[in-house]
Design a protein. Structure first.
Length: 141
């Protein structure tokens, strides 16, 4: 079997601010007895954010629960780890912040990482702006 090598970096840092991020991967690991969920989010401009939520870490579980809350889960609901793949394809509006790494890279520079600070809502790609206005209960006139 031959493997094609790619020596050029295609890395693209997700910009800071409010960003639309699509969940492209959601896997609970290890599969037999999950201890975390690993998720990949793709920015509308092509960059990626990888996030890991450990089930035994209160801060991580709070952040994960807040993300699920905007997807319709309520306080006290159960999330079935075998259903993690059902999150793939959802697009969320998130606040992205940058943080500086502590270990210099091969160029001697400290790397910059994009992180999700807050999940603000769900982006409904199926709803056109015209339909959103038509469904608006309040009349501005």
């Amino acid at each position: 079997m031959k493997i094609k090598l790619n020596m050029t970096s295609n890395f693209k840092l997700v910009p800071e601010g409010e960003r639309e991020l699509k969940i492209t991967k959601a896997e609970c690991k290890p599969s037999g007895s999950p201890k975390r969920i690993d998720m990949t989010f793709q920015d509308s401009e092509g960059g990626f954010i990888n996030s890991r939520y450990a089930f035994d870490n209160d801060k991580a579980m709070f952040a994960f629960a807040k993300m699920l809350e905007v997807l319709g889960y309520k306080d006290g609901d159960d999330f079935e780890t075998k259903d993690a793949a059902s999150l793939v394809g959802k697009t969320l509006l998130c606040e992205v912040v940058h943080s500086q790494g502590t270990q210099p890279n091969e160029n001697g520079e400290l790397p910059t990482f994009a992180n999700i600070k807050k999940t603000l809502g769900v982006v409904d790609k199926d709803k056109s702006p015209r339909n959103a206005i038509a469904e608006d209960e309040e009349d501005d006139l």
